[in-house]
Design a protein around this ligand. Structure first.
Ligand code: ZN
Length: 392
C-alpha cells in the first residue's frame, strides 16, 4: 500500500472507502450491543462526510449510507473528475445484510494508515498487522510452556463444545477472548447446522443459491477445492448432507450452530489457527528424519519453528514463520516494518501453497531485505528433505 498524500483526491477516496468498509462491518455485525453499533455507524458517516465537498456532504445521511452499502458505492465516494468511480458499482452488503467477500480485500488495499485514521476514528483497530500484533501481545506474557500450549490448541481445536475446550485448556481457559458462540454467526448457518472445513476445521461459509440450495465453502481453502452444495432440510431431521466438492464430502460432519459450540474469532483463525496448522504440518512432515532437530516456538514469538540439520560437514538451520494473510501486499508492508534480523540465518516466511502464484510479488516487495526469504509450505519441506539426503 503506497501512502497517499493528505487531502489529495486519492487520499479522500481511500478514506471514504475505509469508512464504507468499516460501516459495512458495523452494519453486518448483529452480535454486539445495538447502541455501540449505531455509534460506530455515526462515526463512519462523519468520516465519510469529511471526504466530500460541503454541498454533497449535506446530502449524505444514514439512509444514503445504508443504501450505498447494499446497492453500490457510487453515491458514497467523493466525485473527482468527470468519470464515474470504477468501484461505484461495488456492493459491500448482500440482500440479507451480510458482508460481501469484497470488503476484506477492499479494506486491506485501500485502508488509510492507522495513525492518520486515529485523528478521525479513535476506536479504529483496523489494520491487519495491528490486529495480529494485538493477538500476540495477549499471549506473549505467558510462560513458554503455556505459550506453546495455547498456540497448539488454537491450531488443533478452533471449534468445539465448551466442555471440551474447558477440559483441554485447563487453567488457561477464560483468560482470552479468542472464542465466540457459533450460534451468533449467521454466515455459516444452514437451517441450524454448521460445517467445519476439512482442511482447517473452522466453520465454512454457507450462501443461499436460491431454491433451498446452499453453497458451503471455506474462505481460505476454496482455492483448494473446499466447496460443496447442500439442500436445506426440515428442522429436527439432522444435519443436511453435503455433496460434491474437490474434497471428500463424507469427511465433513455438521454440528448444531447452538450455544454450546464455540469457535475462534475470524481474526484468531486468520492469524493464529491457519499459520499454526501449517507449522504443525511442516513439523509432522519432517518428523523422524535422522539428524534433524525440530523445535516449536524456540524463541518466544520472534519466529515459530526452528529446524536444525546436523550435517556431518555443515550444520544448516531454518527459522520459520508461517503466515496465512489473504493479501500479500499488506503482508509485505507488515514484514517491511519489522526491524532487520541479525545473524547469518534468514527468517523464512512460509505461505500456503495455494497462494504460490503470488509468490513473485511478495519476493519483489522484499527484495531489499536479505534477512527475509519466502517460500511455500510444500517448498520448505522439500528443501529440508533434499538437504538431509545430501542433494543440496
Ligand atoms: Zn478451511
Amino acid at each position: 500500500m503506497g501512502l497517499a498524500e493528505r487531502n489529495t483526491p486519492r487520499w479522500r477516496r481511500d478514506l471514504a472507502l475505509t469508512a464504507c468498509c468499516a460501516a459495512a462491518v458495523a452494519e453486518a455485525d448483529r452480535t454486539g450491543d445495538p447502541g455501540q453499533r449505531a455509534a460506530r455507524l455515526i462515526d463512519c458517516l462523519g468520516v465519510l462526510r469529511s471526504t466530500h465537498r460541503a454541498g454533497a456532504a449535506a446530502a449524505l445521511d444514514m439512509g444514503a449510507l445504508r443504501r450505498g452499502l447494499r446497492l453500490g458505492l457510487a453515491p458514497l465516494l467523493p466525485a473527482d473528475g468527470e468519470y464515474g468511480d470504477p468501484l461505484g458499482e461495488m456492493r459491500l452488503l448482500d440482500q440479507d445484510g451480510l458482508l460481501c467477500d469484497a470488503v476484506e480485500d477492499l479494506g486491506r488495499e485501500h485502508l488509510v494508515p492507522q495513525q492518520a485514521l486515529m485523528e478521525y476514528w479513535p476506536w479504529a483497530r483496523l489494520r491487519a498487522e495491528q490486529e495480529e500484533q494485538q493477538l500476540y501481545a495477549e499471549i506473549r506474557r505467558l510462560p513458554p510452556e503455556d505459550y506453546a500450549k495455547v498456540r497448539e490448541l488454537l491450531a488443533s481445536d478452533p471449534v468445539a463444545e465448551q466442555d471440551v475446550l474447558w477440559e483441554k485448556w485447563g487453567g488457561l481457559w477464560g483468560r482470552f477472548g479468542f472464542f465466540e458462540p457459533v450460534s451468533s454467526w449467521p454466515w455459516c448457518n444452514v437451517a441450524g447446522w454448521c460445517f467445519p472445513c476439512p482442511a482447517c476445521a473452522w466453520p465454512m461459509r454457507a450462501q443461499s443459491a436460491g431454491g433451498g440450495v446452499f453453497v458451503v465453502s471455506c474462505d481460505a481453502h476454496l482455492l483448494e477445492g473446499v466447496q460443496y452444495t447442500c439442500r436445506q432440510v426440515r428442522r429436527g431431521s439432522g444435519p443436511p448432507a453435503l455433496e460434491g466438492g474437490g474434497w471428500s464430502a463424507d469427511r465433513v460432519k455438521g454440528f448444531p450452530a447452538a450455544g454450546d459450540y464455540l469457535a475462534v474469532s475470524r481474526t484468531v483463525w486468520r492469524y493464529l489457527t491457519l499459520p499454526g496448522r501449517m507449522e504443525f504440518a511442516i513439523r509432522d512432515a519432517l518428523t523422524g528424519i535422522p539428524g534433524l532437530d525440530i523445535f516449536m516456538y524456540p524463541d518466544g514469538d520472534r519466529y515459530d519453528l526452528r529446524i536444525t540439520a546436523a550435517d556431518p560437514l555443515v550444520a544448516k538451520q531454518w527459522r520459520v514463520d508461517a503466515k496465512a494473510w489473504r493479501s500479500f501486499t499488506a503482508l509485505a508492508d507488515a514484514l517491511l516494518e519489522r526491524p532487520v534480523l541479525g545473524g547469518a540465518v534468514p527468517l523464512t516466511i512460509v505461505v500456503p501453497h495455494r497462494q504460490r502464484s503470488d509468490l513473485p510479488l511478495l519476493e519483489s516487495c522484499l527484495a531489499g531485505r536479505p534477512d527475509l526469504e519466502v517460500m511455500t509450505d510444500e517448498d520448505i519441506v522439500g528443501e529440508v528433505r533434499r538437504w538431509c539426503r545430501g542433494e543440496s
